[in-house]
Design a binder for this molecule. Sequence first.
Ligand code: FAD
Length: 471
Amino acid sequence: MTQRERKTTIIGAGLVGALLATLLAQRGFAVDVFERRPDPRKAGYAGGRSINLALAERGLHGLRVAGLTDEVMRLAVMMRGRMVHHRDGHIELLRYGRDDSEVIWSISRGGLNVALIDAAQKAGAHLHFDRRLLSAEFGEQDVSLRFHDDSADSVHEHTAASVIGADGAGSALRGAMNAKTPLGERIEELGHGYKELEIPALPNFPSISLPPAAAAALARGETCAIERNALHIWPRGNYMCIALPNAEGSFTVTLFMPGQGDPSFATVSTGAEARALFERDFADAAPLIPDLEQDFAANPTGVLATLYLDRWHVHGRALLVGDAAHAIVPFHGQGMNCGFEDAVELADLLDAHADDTPWAFAEFERRRRPNAEAIATMALENYVEMRDSVADAGFLLRRELGRVLAERHPDRFVPRYSMVTFTRMPYAQAFARGAIQDALLRELSNGKQGIAEIDLAQADALVRARLTSLE
Ligand code: FAD
């Protein structure tokens, strides 16, 4: 294996690029990473979207392989389940898993990205900030890359044997690859957007606007205006709000709403209209967001879309990973988790086959693309479940029956959410087993009002007949 072969160039030091750089540098690769933004450790983190993220088993595994769990988990807040805020003011916790061993974690995007960039550098990767990829030319032997330094207004060049694009949903490398060899790109917009708002930590609340329950919590010395260890959700049919906790006691609230219709980002476009919407539909959250009008007006409305590609690599010269290859909607909290799985899989493949990068790139796509397509579908389906079905009686009965069957058949019946969130079973397998389970739950609960009406002996027989044992 020659030195040239154990060299890698990565575009993008976001979450996936920085983890991949760490894993490859730890395996002895000479790694160059080119990132459009300035160094966030000096300039401060300029993320642009989703202030915090849900980290689950697949993402945690990537951090474990890189030896970063202890450091990163210090930044994380446990979320035991969905805290559902119903229209009538009733609030209930729907646990994600069986106990506190099956939880997800809220983590600051900026904190995590900085930790990963630090780790990449410590492992020996060379990070080049202020390098925005402008173009890539694919030759017989190598790739010529041109970058722009937006702060110094200068152009820089770099030549590599091959290049990996971790430059996110709007990937410039993907654009260059597509121009060389069509990748079969399809971008399906969801037609719904999002807006981020904030519930401040109690000590930072303007005191005049503190509602009584929050004032009492502050008097007890607490920092959170709502339950800290949960992902809060206000399902409202065609739209919803969620809130994820931040370590210092604030919550990042995200309003998801269609672009058209009523209500939508077309009918709710000013701070005052947003305040009116919250007072009508998210009444318990409204008084906890003191800067709602200003934040609604100042923060951008995010666009949500799914990216599908028929090819992720070009002639062994270039490969896409993470959002650059498979951006998905955020409703399963899996985009980064899936990207971290990419990073582990690719680092292992390149390590084992450094003498045959084209084969490693093709094999990576063969292994990962069906899984990326499965999580893309499940993420879209989860939006309907989150904004709508969590408040629906049929869904709640199926969910309860699912839990009963999971207890009776822990080796066969595992809720799809759990397979995706708490295991590393390939997404495509979780999707296929989930479809069998869902059909079974619908069949058994059809026309039933409660769990007592369901014939569990029949259910047991069906589970054994239709689902293979996972052990
Ligand atoms: P990015 O994080 O987008 O990083 C790309 C990097 O490339 C950036 O640093 C960028 O500056 C750089 N770059 C871009 N263009 C260039 C260029 N031309 N030259 C050089 N550098 C460039 N995932 C979860 O797992 N859990 C969640 O709870 C979750 N919540 C989300 C909520 C929202 C609202 C959104 C939008 C996404 C959410 N995601 C979540 C998805 C997650 O954000 C992405 O999957 C993840 O950020 C992908 O990482 P990445 O490194 O591939 O891309």
